[in-house]
Design a protein around this ligand. Structure first.
Ligand SMILES: [Zn+2]
Length: 283
């Protein structure tokens, strides 16, 4: 397909912009085959049953688009640029499909926190955090086979867009994990809404993330909403697109009230901006 990429992006943006806020399934995320991005890998013409595909051990989302099966592959921030491959199983026949990942440089950010106890952790806090990290890793790898996965997201709350995805962060001068989500500076008590339908996978209080909700959209696509003041849903609950799941706040490690929103795809944290038309932003 030799359609100019800029035209495709423009059309995708236009469709998403017109579709907001209510349309379900407004198309696939924008392709960005970079660490922290989403690769769209064609798996051939649509047939009766979708092929299944894996990146390493992790099954990946397969969707139909323009008469083709397309693997929608989440690429973790630590993915090495270069050649990668999917293992594809179609009607019992296994094959390999290659795709390439380009490098991407993310900017740096230096953050000063007055409460140093959220930077230099006590032994008991460290133990708590280690347990939570293991739990979050397990939740990120969760796979629920679903008939349809809506990848046309609405923004989960209103406010200024502050923290971009992928920024390499230093807290009080010390290097920490890159920013694996998207920050919206929503005032305390602003409703936070499910960006697409799904099932609540977990709703809990975490040391860094504060009150957090995981929504499983099916087929390895999961949203995570953090620093909530209040959680309004319970694990196992079915939520519809736009349904309130809680109120924004600044629980956990936050310098001010905001919503931190992460998107997980096949276990990888990817840039949420690829799934939405971001108002007031040019590309
Ligand atoms: Zn954040």
């Amino acid at each position: 397909m030799q359609i100019p990429r800029i035209f495709v992006l423009f059309c995708a943006q236009l469709v998403l912009a017109l579709a907001l806020p209510s349309l379900a399934g407004a198309g696939l995320p924008r392709a960005a085959s970079v660490p922290g991005g989403v690769a769209l890998v064609s798996l051939g013409p649509v047939s009766a049953r979708p092929p299944r595909a894996w990146l390493g051990e992790q099954q990946v989302l397969v969707a139909a688009e323009g008469g083709q099966w397309v693997a929608v592959v989440g690429l973790a921030l630590d993915t090495l640029p270069g050649a990668h491959e999917l293992r594809v199983d179609e009607a019992g026949v296994t094959r390999t499909v290659r795709f390439s990942v380009k490098p991407k440089d993310y900017p740096e950010q230096r953050i000063t926190l007055k409460d140093n106890s959220k930077v230099q952790l006590s032994t008991s806090d460290l133990e708590r955090v280690e347990g939570e990290i293991a739990n979050i890793q397990r939740l990120k790898r969760h796979w629920r086979e679903a008939e349809d996965t809506d990848t046309g997201f609405i923004l989960p709350t209103t406010g200024r867009l502050t923290g971009r995805f992928g920024v390499r962060r230093f807290f009080n001068g010390e290097a920490r994990a890159p920013h694996a989500g998207f920050d919206i500076a929503a005032a305390r008590g602003t409703p936070v809404r499910a960006n697409a339908q799904g099932i609540v996978l977990a709703a809990d209080d975490y040391f860094f993330n504060g009150n957090s909700v995981f929504v499983d959209h099916g087929n390895g696509l999961i949203s995570l909403y953090c620093h909530l003041e209040r959680i309004d849903v319970q694990p196992g609950e079915l939520v519809s697109k736009g349904q309130r799941i809680g109120l924004s706040g600044m629980s956990g490690r936050a310098t001010g009230p905001h919503l931190h929103w992460s998107v997980v795809l096949n276990g990888a944290m990817v840039d949420p901006e690829l799934f939405v038309a971001v108002p007031g932003k040019s590309r």
